[in-house]
Design a protein around this ligand. Structure first.
Ligand SMILES: [Fe+2]
Length: 284
């Protein structure tokens, strides 16, 4: 049996001033520790799941993003970034790409036994609408659908915004704002994932907690933020993860909010859910 592929993961660095329970003041020091961890562990790939900063304004955000990019430059392993909503509040995708020195269009990275589909779907929160929130461009959905239909080997799908639509009960940010925890089009996103004829695992940041939610045979993982403190009594979680991909997927999150899971993705899809039991519930 060949050695598993190893992917080191950091989510929601939020470098900047502390904001709510985000300890952004610790972001750069903790990121430097994550980079040292990666250089010692020598993973095949490093993933940054986005929200590198806590946004202020365009000028400040460009400086904060550049400070994060500077720390990432010490990495020995290859890295891929996605943008989170805070990276997009005042900066465009192109501005983020210029600062990181890396393209930020959706792409598939071939790691041999597995593909990594970096689904860089638009992560901007539209605040100028009666109901502010994400809005998935059709072109992003089509990229995901076509990529998943064409997949010929196990695929890790990576994005900032979770695709599972999992419950947010107990989440500091999202219990009372659940519509901001996923795309309004998330049912279509999951339908696209379900087109896979190969095992699929989904990985996201954004919700600042460690979770596994399996939908239609596809395990969805969300990883705790590097600097979040709502689960750690005010201290930054110091969370980063290591994913080991083979026939099974082993995921370990280190730090003050540790988590470990082993999932076995398959190409087998589930029986579709029943209709509502009582017709008066059908309209709800
Ligand atoms: Fe975040």
């Amino acid at each position: 049996m060949t050695a598993p592929l190893r992917i080191a993961v950091v989510a929601d660095i939020h470098h900047g001033l502390p904001s709510h329970t985000k300890r952004g003041d610790a972001g750069l020091d903790l990121l430097a520790r994550f980079v040292a961890f990666c250089n010692a562990e020598r993973p095949d790939l490093v993933l940054d799941l986005g929200d590198r900063i806590s946004d202020v304004d365009a000028q400040t955000d460009a400086r904060l993003e550049a400070e994060v990019a500077e720390v990432f430059r010490d990495l020995d392993a290859p890295i891929r970034h996605v943008c989170g909503n805070h990276d997009r509040d005042h900066l465009s995708v192109e501005e983020n790409a210029a600062i990181l020195g890396a393209p930020l269009a959706s792409e598939v990275v071939d790691l041999g036994a597995w593909d990594v589909a970096l689904w860089r779907a638009d992560a901007k929160i539209h605040r100028d609408r009666p109901r502010p929130g994400f809005d998935l461009p059709e072109a992003d959905l089509l990229w995901l659908s076509r990529t998943i239909q064409a997949a010929t080997k196990p695929t890790l799908v990576v994005t900032h915004v979770p695709m599972s639509g999992h419950a947010q009960t107990g989440n500091y940010y999202f219990q009372r704002n659940p519509h901001l925890a996923t795309y309004p089009q998330s049912e279509r996103v999951r339908a696209a994932l379900s087109q896979a004829r190969v095992p699929v695992v989904a990985l996201a940041g954004h919700v600042h907690w460690n979770t596994v939610t399996t939908v239609d045979g596809i395990p969805h993982l969300t990883q705790q933020s590097l600097t979040e403190s709502f689960t750690t009594a005010g201290d930054p979680a110091e969370a980063w993860g290591m994913l080991e991909l083979s026939d099974v997927v082993r995921w370990q999150v280190f730090g003050l909010d540790p988590f470990e899971a082993t999932v076995t993705p398959t190409a087998r899809r589930w029986t579709p859910p029943l209709a509502p039991f009582f017709t008066e519930l059908a309209a709800e």
